[in-house]
Design a protein around this ligand. Structure first.
Ligand SMILES: [Ca+2]
Length: 83
């Protein structure tokens, strides 16, 4: 069965459970910096560059979420095309 609506609902939930992506905590870091989970500050451009700049890999973890969401969209498309 092709259920793209269900997949979109799933994507919506994924966005809801990761609210800190858009929060951009200005606590200690500059505006153009990303704050790691260990409170370290790195330049935003170091985020999602497949290199562990935070030493706890938190600058790369949000990227995995994006990849997962892109995969879900692809599965959505593929499952509809293959029916
Ligand atoms: Ca990085």
């Amino acid at each position: 069965m092709c259920r793209p609506a269900l997949t979109r609902l799933l994507l919506f939930h994924l966005l809801l459970i990761k609210p800190h992506i858009a929060k951009g905590s200005p606590k200690e870091c500059e505006e153009d910096q990303f704050q790691c989970r260990n409170e370290r500050c790195i330049p935003s451009i170091w985020k999602c560059d497949e290199d562990d700049d935070c030493s706890d890999n938190s600058d790369e973890e949000d990227c995995l979420q994006q990849v997962q969401m892109e995969l879900l969209v692809q599965v959505d498309i593929l499952s509809c095309n293959n029916v």
